[in-house]
Write a protein that binds this ligand. Structure first.
Ligand code: ASP
Ligand code: MG
Length: 438
């Protein structure tokens, strides 16, 4: 069975919902679909929660009313029979009453999570009703019955697999199985979620739990590009990526897929395919365990980087120096990205500079500290195993006119990263594209 996940824009209007229905029923084969909330809804629900935290029920009610009105108008457009219009209106009536009930309550993060969960609950009910109206044998499975996170907010994959398998067994013979992305229960059984954008994660967890043949993530982008299309001319969709390559790209700014989302699929060896809703027949990008030997696949960049250099003769031959340096970053919960070391110095980059001043003050106890701001990491991804001779030369050659502040190679077999000034980013990305892909 395939898992097909559709994001907020893909179910963003009645018209889009109809397209989703035709996409998922086209093959005639049993399919498991995971849906986000309609675009804008999760934000509206978060806004309602914010007003309720601030004890401002009037503004909360205003947003609730607007949202309700929008959904009621969707009903008229989506369904053609009175029967399904009535069923869905009754459902929405209950939903919005439920959301309104929180305007009288003491408001905590528990209530917020319950409110925010309603976006996916609504979209899945609407699409289920549409598919039923169209005569497809469809069942809506509540994610709250099988998606669970543990005390560390990590998905409990053993529980998910056991629960979902038994639910699927008890409900054999349907053509379409639908569930909500994003929402789950926590270790205490309360309604919770997998963080914003978490529907991709749901799809990957579901796919691995039911041992799907493929997990498809349908979006409004035509797959992963070999460079940033907003910056560089003539980028192309990458047809295939190894899971490791996809993770490197995701970390370094290709916003299309969060790296943790694909972990469950990766461990179960289930291919993930990125598909474009506007061109359903296009292949998109497939992410699997295959590694195309000696191929550079893509380039990505990460903006707003600050580089910090600590120079100290105490570092020479000393042990424990690095640990002390990194403990400072840890104590300010500041993740580090690139590192370069010499015998008497170390350079480290960070993206989050909220605690920069404090960090620098503490680092000064270890040596001379200097900072470069407005930097950018450019990352070249592919089969870059060190035994494949010559790839560093090709990429470095391309950067010959660009001042390079740091280079990182050998951290994994899949990337070479350069730290350059933000002002040189466009030039660097274009040069790399021209050299590596044209
Ligand atoms: N609806 C949630 C969000 O907007 C989850 C998702 O769409 O993936 O973040
Ligand atoms: Mg998304």
């Amino acid at each position: 069975m395939k898992v097909m996940k559709f994001g907020g824009t893909s179910v963003g209007s009645p018209e889009r919902m109809k397209e989703v229905a035709s996409l998922v029923t086209k093959s005639g084969e049993p399919t498991f679909i995971v849906l986000s909330a309609m675009s804008g809804t999760t934000n509206a629900l978060v806004e309602i929660s914010k007003y309720l935290y601030k004890k401002n029920p009037d503004d909360a009610n205003r947003v609730i009313n607007d949202l309700e009105e929008k959904y009621l108008s969707h009903v008229e457009e989506l369904y053609s029979t009175e029967k399904y219009k009535t069923i869905t209106k009754d459902f929405l009536f209950q939903e919005f009453n439920y959301i309104r009930s929180f305007t009288n309550d003491l408001f905590t993060s528990f209530e917020e999570k319950s409110i925010v969960a309603q976006g996916e609950i609504i979209s899945t009910n609407m699409v289920t009703n549409y598919l039923l109206e169209q005569g497809f044998k469809t069942i809506l499975l509540s994610a709250l019955d099988f998606m669970r996170i543990d005390k560390n907010a990590e998905p409990n994959s053993t529980y998910i697999k056991e629960k979902l398998s038994s639910i699927m067994k008890a409900n054999e013979g349907y053509q379409i199985y639908i569930t909500q992305g994003f929402i789950c229960r926590n270790a205490y059984g309360e309604v919770d979620n997998l963080q914003r954008g978490g529907s991709d994660y749901t799809a990957s967890l579901v796919g691995s739990a039911i041992e799907a043949e493929e997990i498809q993530i349908w979006t409004d982008i035509d797959g992963m590009h070999n460079n940033d299309p907003r910056v560089v001319d003539k980028t192309e969709t990458v047809r295939q990526l190894n899971f490791e390559e996809a993770s490197e790209l995701a970390y370094f700014g290709a916003k299309i897929l969060h790296p943790t989302c694909i972990q469950p699929a990766k461990y179960s060896g289930i291919p993930v395919r990125l598909k474009y809703t506007m061109e359903p027949d296009a292949e998109g990008t497939i992410i699997n365990n295959v590694l195309a030997s000696r191929k550079i696949k893509a380039i990505a960049a990460k903006d707003n980087i600050t580089a910090i250099k600590i120079k100290s003769s105490r570092m020479l031959g000393a042990s424990g120096f690095m640990r002390k340096i990194f403990e400072i970053f840890e104590s300010y919960q500041t993740p580090t990205d690139m590192i370069a070391t010499s015998e008497v110095g170390v350079s480290i980059t960070i993206e989050n500079d909220a605690h920069l001043t404090d960090i620098v003050d503490e680092l000064k106890l270890f040596g001379t500290v200097s900072i470069d701001t407005n930097m950018c990491i450019v990352c070249v991804v592919g089969d870059l195993d060190w035994r494949n001779v010559g790839y560093e030369t090709i990429t470095l050659e391309t950067m010959k006119d660009i001042p390079v502040r740091m280079i990182s190679y050998g951290g994994s077999n899949y990337n070479i990263s350069f730290l350059i000034r933000a002002v040189d980013k466009k030039r660097a990305l274009q040069a790399l594209s021209d050299k590596l892909f044209c």
